[in-house]
Each structure stands twice: as structure tokens, then as C-alpha cells.
Design a protein around this ligand. Structure first.
Ligand code: ATP
Length: 322
């Protein structure tokens, strides 16, 4: 990152000042509230995931944060400055790809970047070649964008964002339409950008990818923020133990009778999923079963995935609404 450039309002992208902060953010379209009283804080220098089902309000949140649409009420600060009042100054240090990136199809990738760089000054123009290499498009840079795959357009979109050496990147569904290799490439690129001290906010439906890519997430449901925090805090420590053994029915009866076991269920493949109480470990479950002459073939501590936590958080939120 270009360290010579002055940070905005004390928010350098890393540190205690959140790079995005919303307070009571509400956006209504007629009678429908797309966002309801959102208090969001995105810390600097991390990959941050916005999670939510279709229509939850992710794109509206991104558009409101960027000042592309006006909030009905509440406030937004980006890089320490109020939006949309400081929009021009803030957006000079923010790169965003909202929905599918659009380009001039009849121009090449390199020409598209040159056109975009022309309005950003000489420094931006000098970055074009390096950025094409950086996003893995150097070999195809002189082909017309009309012939690019979606993955190539996504990467060109990120190169365009990087022309202005942004502190903050906001990418709406950056993994959409990518094949497995493209998803891994995108994840690595996001992690590299974070390693340079930038903050990258992504919205995504791909919970597994968000878990692998992001340090922290916010979960949005019907316009409300229902959870936010670091990924390890949300998914939790090892919570359950999968047990594969002979005589599953007898094992289930034995384990269910223990005070140290909070719950037990049978998985589709015959494995027992045991939820132990604090102090009860995989080893103590093993000892119990072996002492009862039950042979244990598999014993695997597991933690809830982000997907399981997401569904649980949504289901709890649904119950609160009812
Ligand atoms: N311009 C608009 N006019 C009216 N309603 C809108 C407008 N934009 C969004 N909405 C509504 O606001 C709600 C949130 O939409 P939004 O596109 O922000 O959700 P999303 O989480 O990004 O969904 P998806 O994952 O499907 O893109 C939806 O009910 C949507 O229909």
C-alpha cells in the first residue's frame, strides 16, 4: 500500500477506529424496511464477511455505506468520516465491486484499466501493468473483455479497485460464478490484500468460503443485524464428539444415562453425535464405552461450522420475531 498517502480521519485501515461504523442505520423502500436500526462496526485490517439469505439487505447495506443510496435514518462513518457528507474524499480510498463488475466489452482488459486510471491520475496509470499481473490476467490483458469469463471479469474488477490503492475494498459476492480453482484464487487474493493492511468486506452466500476467508462476520436477517464478531467466537470451540462403535443402540442407552452427557443423536451413517457437558472429553466417553465392552472404531471431536451456527442464529432470530 502507498504509505505516503495521508490516512483519513485517523482511520488508517488498521487500529481501534472501525473502518465502517453504522448507528441505527435504517433504509426503507416505501413500506418495506430493507435495513432496520443497524449498529455495525467493521474493524480495520481484516477480512469481514456480510452473511445473509437472499433479500436480507446485504447489497442495500453496501450501497448505503458507499453513499450510493441515501439512508432513511441513522448514520454511517467510513474511514472515520461521515457519509455521505465526506463521500468524495472517502471514496478516493475505497474500492468497491457492487454486483457484477461492468466493463467496455469491445476494449481489452488493459484498455479498460487505462480508461479507469485516466480519471485517477498518473500514479494509477503506472499501476496498470503490475495490477494485471497481480490478479493473474497479464497473459490475457490484450484480449477484448467481451470474451472474458465471469471469473476473469471479477479479477479485472478487483484490479480496477486497486488502481486507487484503497484502504478498504468492498466486494459484493466476489465468489459468485467462480469454479473451485477460481474461488481458491479469490480467497488467496483477499488474504494477500488483508496482509498488506487493507480491510476487505465481502458479502457472500458461501458460508464455507466465508469461514475460510474471513476473520469476522456480521449476520443480517430481514434487514436486522442479528450477530457480529470474530469467526472463531461465532463457531465456538470443539462442542461435540462423533462416535463410531459396535452396538450403537446399547452405546446410546449407556451414554444417554450419563450426567456428563447433555445430548446424543444418531447421524445418517450410524455415527453417534454426542454433546458432552463441560469436563467430559472424547477420552472419557471412550473409557465408558470400552468398559462396557463396546468397541470404538471412531472418536472425533467436532465443532459447529459457520453454516451450522448461521442456521442456528437465524432460527433463534425467527423464534424471537414470532
Ligand atoms: N430499489 C429498491 N426498491 C425497492 N425495494 C428494494 C430495492 N432494493 C432492494 N429492495 C428490497 O430490499 C430488501 C433487501 O434487498 P437486498 O438486495 O439489499 O438484499 P441482499 O441481501 O443483497 O439479497 P441478495 O443476496 O439476493 O442479493 C429486499 O426485500 C429487496 O426487495
Amino acid at each position: 500500500m502507498d504509505k505516503a498517502k495521508a490516512p483519513l480521519g485517523g482511520a488508517t485501515g488498521v487500529g481501534p477506529v472501525p473502518v465502517i461504523e453504522t448507528s441505527g442505520l435504517t433504509k426503507r423502500f416505501g413500506d418495506r424496511a430493507a435495513l432496520s436500526g443497524l449498529d455495525l462496526a467493521v474493524p480495520g485490517g481484516c477480512a469481514f464477511g456480510l452473511l445473509g439469505a437472499n433479500g436480507a439487505g446485504k447489497t442495500t447495506l453496501i450501497r448505503t455505506v458507499l453513499g450510493l443510496t441515501a439512508a432513511t435514518s441513522g448514520s454511517v462513518r467510513v474511514l472515520g468520516r461521515p457519509m455521505p457528507a465526506a463521500r468524495a474524499r472517502v471514496l478516493a480510498r475505497v474500492g468497491a465491486v457492487v454486483e457484477e463488475p461492468r466493463f467496455h466489452g469491445h476494449l481489452t482488459g488493459r484498455e479498460n484499466l487505462r480508461v479507469a486510471a485516466a480519471v485517477r491520475g498518473r500514479e494509477a496509470g503506472q499501476r496498470v501493468g503490475t495490477l494485471l499481473e497481480r490478479v493473474g490476467l497479464a497473459g490475457r490483458a490484450d484480449e477484448r473483455v467481451a470474451g472474458y469469463s465471469l471469473g476473469m471479469r471479477q479479477r479485472l474488477g478487483i484490479a480496477r479497485c486497486l488502481l486507487s490503492d484503497p484502504l478498504l475494498l468492498i466486494l459484493d459476492e466476489p465468489m459468485n460464478g467462480l469454479d473451485p480453482a477460481g474461488i481458491i484464487g479469490m480467497r488467496e487474493m483477499i488474504r494477500t490484500l488483508v496482509g498488506e493492511g487493507r480491510t476487505v468486506v465481502i458479502s457472500s452466500h458461501l458460508l464455507d468460503e466465508v469461514e475460510k476467508t474471513c476473520d469476522a462476520v456480521a449476520v443480517i436477517d430481514r434487514g436486522r443485524l442479528i450477530a457480529q464478531g470474530p469467526v472463531p467466537g461465532l463457531v465456538g470451540a470443539d462442542e461435540q464428539v462423533l462416535v463410531g462403535c459396535t452396538e450403537a443402540a446399547r452405546a446410546m442407552e449407556l451414554l444417554s444415562a450419563q450426567d456428563t452427557v447433555a445430548g446424543i443423536s444418531v447421524e445418517g451413517d450410524g455415527l453417534l453425535r454426542v454433546t458432552p457437558r463441560p469436563g467430559c472429553t472424547a477420552a472419557s466417553l471412550n473409557r465408558l464405552l470400552v468398559r462396557a465392552d463396546i468397541c470404538v472404531g471412531r472418536l472425533e471431536p467436532v465443532r459447529a461450522t459457520l453454516e451450522e451456527r448461521f442456521l442456528q442464529i437465524l432460527s433463534n432470530a425467527g423464534e424471537e420475531v414470532r
